[in-house]
Ligand binder design. Structure first.
Ligand SMILES: Cc1ncc(COP(=O)(O)O)c(C=O)c1O
Length: 394
């Protein structure tokens, strides 16, 4: 039998400007190398406690039930639906992009009657649409919205939706996968009942955990369930026994990932959440000014654009895949293509966490200008970089 040879692991150092993961902080990288301890070791328990407290600060909540669910952002989404939705419940879901659609699909699998609010991908869900749905249905259990729709670049306003959910006695569930740690998000002040995120975007940590929080109103709904939660792994009551004071074994926490999240949240605390959000705003605005100066159309609705992820139209005659491949192979830069109905129509440029730097704004604009010129798309040379540099105060 011939011997199988494996390559030694040696991944390239990329500039990650796609829809996630983002580049990670050296402190987070170091945390992943820290020695293994048992998952019930007093040291690890102290790290679990710190992580919960740091997560509360980042979510801006006092919610007791706040911890990272093991699994990626979709595990957070699934935990939201499998715990709070029972067969026959009516849920209203903002489906203005790929991840809103995923929410609707999950809710259906848990037996919900889904009222799917759709709009053109790139626009927000208007509060009027939410109110109409709440009025039309007798009793809505939950309203679910994606705060930062990574597939379209839209920032969904939450205040009106929150008021409406309260008025109609429905829970508000929010996906903050692309906003936590990058956009203004105050779970308690905004009246969000259930919120989940992912580690690999604005928290700048590897993918693998889903920060999760739920308030007392949500927990009282959970207590009144008539049947058991269909997912054993994501059952919040079981998980809270492990993450709470009883430490009752549920599953072995991914220790190194919890170290990494702990450190990523500590990095955020050291930078300051407000300063971090402002950094994302400045760099997002500079990138968008640069793209517009290059004559490229921004896809998301004006006034509701994410600073963490910019969606931009691909000009006629330009080869989507070739440009992205050239960015990767010649410039070491990853950007994202469109998802679902926006495939081939937009690029998605992420500036999240560690990746949100002035240098990255300037380099991605320079690289795009060069690659677009190779595609035969004519641009006023340097226009994008100049506009961005002006926005960056350079
Ligand atoms: C808004 C949003 N929700 C949910 C997810 C799913 O997260 P994951 O891919 O980590 O499972 C993503 C991933 O990109 C996302 O952008």
């Amino acid at each position: 039998m011939s011997e199988i040879t494996y390559q030694q692991l040696n991944p390239p150092q990329r500039i990650l400007l796609g829809p996630g993961p983002s580049n990670i902080h050296p402190r987070v990288q170091m945390a992943m190398l820290a020695p293994m301890v048992g998952h019930l070791d007093p040291y690890f328990i102290s790290i679990m406690e710190d992580t919960k407290e740091l997560l509360r600060k980042t979510f801006r909540t006092e919610n007791k039930l706040t911890f990272p669910v093991s699994g990626t952002g979709s595990a957070g989404m699934e935990a939201g639906f499998c715990n709070f939705v029972e067969p026959g419940d009516v849920v209203v879901i903002g489906a203005n992009g790929f991840f809103g659609d995923r929410m609707a699909e999950m809710a259906r699998r848990y037996g919900a009657k889904v009222v799917q609010l759709t709009t053109e991908w790139g626009r927000i869900i208007e509060p009027e649409a939410i109110e109409t749905a709440l009025k039309a249905e007798k009793k809505v259990k939950l309203v679910a919205l994606v705060h930062a729709e990574t597939s379209t670049g839209v920032l969904q306003p939450l205040e009106e939706a929150s008021k409406l959910a309260k008025q109609y006695e429905a829970l508000l569930l929010v996906d903050s996968v692309t906003s936590l740690g990058g956009h203004e998000l105050a779970v308690d002040d905004c009246g969000i009942d259930i919120c989940y995120s992912g580690t690999q975007k604005c928290l700048s940590c590897p993918p693998g955990l889903a920060p999760f929080t739920a308030n007392e109103a949500a927990l009282s709904v959970l207590e009144k369930r008539t049947g058991p939660v269909q997912s054993w792994y994501l059952d919040l009551s079981l998980l809270s026994n492990y993450w709470g004071s009883s430490r009752f074994y549920h599953h072995t926490a991914p220790i190194s990932m919890v170290y990494a999240l702990h450190e990523a949240l500590a990095v955020i605390r050291d930078e300051g959440l407000e300063a971090r959000i402002q950094r994302h705003l400045n760099h997002g605005a500079a990138l968008q000014a640069g793209l517009e100066a290059m004559g490229l159309p921004l896809h998301a609705q004006e006034g509701h654009r994410l600073s963490t992820l910019t969606s931009v139209g691909i000009p006629e005659g330009v080869d989507d895949v070739r440009v992205r491949q050239n960015l990767l192979n010649k410039w070491n830069i990853e950007i994202g293509g469109g998802l679902g109905e926006l495939k081939g129509r937009i690029w998605r440029i992420g500036l999240m966490g560690q990746s949100s730097t002035a240098e990255n704004v300037l380099i991605v604009l320079s690289a795009l200008e060069k690659q677009l010129a190779e595609e035969g798309y004519s641009i006023d040379p340097g226009a994008g970089v100049s506009a961005a540099a002006k926005g960056l105060g350079q």
